[in-house]
Design a protein around this ligand. Structure first.
Ligand code: GLY
Ligand code: MN
Ligand code: MN
Length: 469
């Protein structure tokens, strides 16, 4: 858990970066049916960045005029003590969080008006809509969590982005812990894979491993023999001979820091020659992208490093025809690698993506309109301390291979008939997809792979699959 000193320092830096008061919100409980039956509480990531294990509905008033931070928490009631157990006192929370004062959140509006002394107050939208509505009423801003245009005032977003983007030592410790739990989960799923088994039982192994360590899923687990569906959350298939299992899962700790890892393996524990060929292209692409990581390198170049290797591999196996650089520039690789190479990672699995391209695309850079590269979620020059994923893949997606626009655009550059045969391979179920995803830290010497202990070389993956039998 990041220490009090860490949180205090982060708050002090935030106070130095803003020129007027800001109220941040943790957000509250959310439910999917009866309001009192709620999901486990998860504080907004920017709130979690400044406070240790915040309470639901907590708010904080940051005042750069005197450098103070005041925390607002629910009043302690007998009924709460009865149903949920006694909470620590305001005095204890003042000390634990190292703030100037703790006040009742029931009086937030009155207290904020008093503390603001006529100054404008700004805030950020959070996932809990009732809280965002409260923030909107309090500040008069057009906050909207679901829109890239509405997370909050650009100065506030920029200040938080500037702090959160490069991960500090204590944050890296947390990500390393999440990576270790994620390793155990991936290895468990590999080991418990068996012909005739099913996807759901492997999801149980993955999420049971997270729970065993007090972690949760950082995002809905993707575990599927239909790995060509990029975010496939269906877990109903039987594992059959010839299938590839794609697992994209990461643990999130109580501190909020997480991992995001993908591995792909054959149900039988042996890649077929065709699977091995495609797997090795993806692995070479991943390693090339990782090798391209260095301070000052543009993330789009990391993406293109993976794209070039994938193009080269697809030319070698006859799925693409032509000059590798020209094909990559035209975006032909995206017929098989139709997404960006990755994204930042930290407290959010797609860290701060809610702040939009304004921060993830460096000034003067815009998202490409080219199919595939348009999904690249960031294009900044890499800096020491940035943590991000590298996750190339090759997929045989019937909808892409049948798309008239792509067929017209790439014409003879793609062997469409051959590609279509992949969608009918494996007794008609199709080849599926292969993705390999690691979490890397940009250091002065290049990439450090935080998830390196999770097997990805073909022989190591094959040795792990079915080992629980
Ligand atoms: N786990 C979703 C992603 O890799 O972006
Ligand atoms: Mn990812
Ligand atoms: Mn992932």
């Amino acid at each position: 858990m990041p220490s009090l000193a860490f949180h205090r320092q982060r708050r002090a830096e935030f106070l130095r970066a803003i020129d007027g008061p800001v109220v941040l919100f943790a957000g509250g409980h959310r439910s999917r049916n009866y309001p009192a039956n709620s999901y486990p509480f998860r504080a907004d990531s920017s709130f979690l960045y400044f406070f240790d294990r915040p309470e639901p509905d907590a708010a904080a008033f940051f005042d750069p005029a005197d450098g103070s931070v005041r925390l607002f928490l629910h009043e302690r009631t007998t009924a709460d003590a009865l149903w949920h157990g006694a909470s620590s006192s305001f005095a204890a929370e003042t000390a634990r969080q190292g703030v100037a004062e703790v006040l009742p959140v029931e009086c937030l509006e009155t207290e904020v008006r008093r503390l603001a002394k006529g100054r404008n107050v700004r805030s950020l939208a959070v996932a809990d809509h009732r809280t965002t509505e409260r923030a909107r009423r309090l500040t008069g801003e057009a906050l909207d969590f679901d829109s890239a245009a509405g997370p909050g005032d650009p100065q506030v977003c920029d200040a938080i982005f500037a702090l959160r983007k490069a991960k500090q030592g204590e944050e890296l410790d947390e990500i390393r812990k999440a990576a270790a739990i994620t390793r155990e989960a991936h290895l468990g799923a590999m080991r418990h894979t068996r012909e005739g088994g099913n996807e759901q039982e492997l999801v149980g192994v993955v999420e049971g491993t997270f729970a065993h360590h007090g972690a949760v899923t950082a995002y809905s687990t993707i575990l599927s023999v239909r790995g060509e569906v990029l975010h496939n959350n269906h877990h109903g298939n039987t594992l059959r001979r010839g299938d590839l299992v794609l697992l994209d899962a990461g643990a999130e700790l109580a501190s909020g820091y997480c991992a995001d890892v993908t591995r792909t393996w054959p149900v039988t524990g042996r890649f077929s020659p065709e699977q091995a060929e495609v797997y090795d292209i993806v692995l070479r692409a991943e390693l090339a992208a990782i090798a391209a990581v260095a301070p000052g390198v543009r993330y789009r170049e990391v993406h293109l490093a993976a794209a070039r290797v994938i193009t080269d591999g697809l030319v070698q196996i006859g799925l693409l025809h032509g000059d590798v650089d020209a094909l990559t520039e035209a975006g032909a690789h995206a017929v098989f690698f139709p997404h960006g190479v990755g994204h930042q990672l930290g407290l959010d699995v797609h860290d701060m993506e809610g702040f939009g391209d304004r921060v993830h695309y460096q000034a003067g850079r815009r998202r490409s309109e080219q199919f595939g590269t348009c999904y690249l979620r960031m294009d900044r020059d890499l800096e020491v301390g940035l943590v991000f994923t590298i996750e190339p893949g090759i997929y045989f997606v019937p909808a892409i291979l049948a798309d008239p626009g792509l067929r017209a655009r790439f014409g003879n550059a793609v062997d469409w008939a051959r590609a279509e045969r992949f969608t009918k391979a494996n007794d008609g179920r199709g080849f599926g997809g292969i993705r390999i995803e690691d979490d890397v830290l940009c250091t002065p010497r290049g990439a450090e792979i935080l998830t390196a202990a999770i097997p990805k070389e073909r022989a190591a993956v094959e040795a792990a699959v079915g080992a629980a039998r």
